[in-house]
Design a protein around this ligand. Sequence first.
Ligand SMILES: [Zn+2]
Length: 189
Amino acid sequence: MKTKSGDFVLPGDSLGVSEEFLPSEGTYDDDGEIRSLIAGTVSVDDKEKKISIIPKTSSPSLIKKGIVVVGQISDVRGQRALMKIDSIKDNSRGLVTSFSGGIHISQAEKGYVDKLTDEFRIGDLIEARVTKVIGIDNVDLTTAEPELGVLKAMCTNCRHFMKQTGKKEVTCPNCGRKEKRNISSKYEG
Ligand SMILES: [Zn+2]
């Protein structure tokens, strides 16, 4: 199946193969097959060999490689922390679809990380950068930059937000518990 400029497509629709085109705005590379990330109209740039989607809705917020997203940690298991993405940083418009992101232990910070639970815990508010768009609602993330990581840590004992008391240490003002985190340079509190 081959798409052409002007075709209307839905999220997940096949647009062509990556040997033929470079995936651009509104698309993602699904193991060599280029698919649409959003509902919209196909635009093929034959000169640059680029394929992109012009969104149906006017100027929605688009998740793409390189942007910083804000959200909460929803799970920390083994080598991977999961984040529910609530918004794109510095962009007040909501997301068109809800996204979740994964942070692999190797992407948590620059140095070696022994335990991912020393980096993030469920409920933490974090900022992370998109490294890869995997699917229509799923991305890979990194927090290996000083300004990325935990903005607000949630106490695993009593669910209160914690105060920063060290380079990698937060303390709960309610129950006194001390925990480790990957603390952003912009930590709030
Ligand atoms: Zn506490």
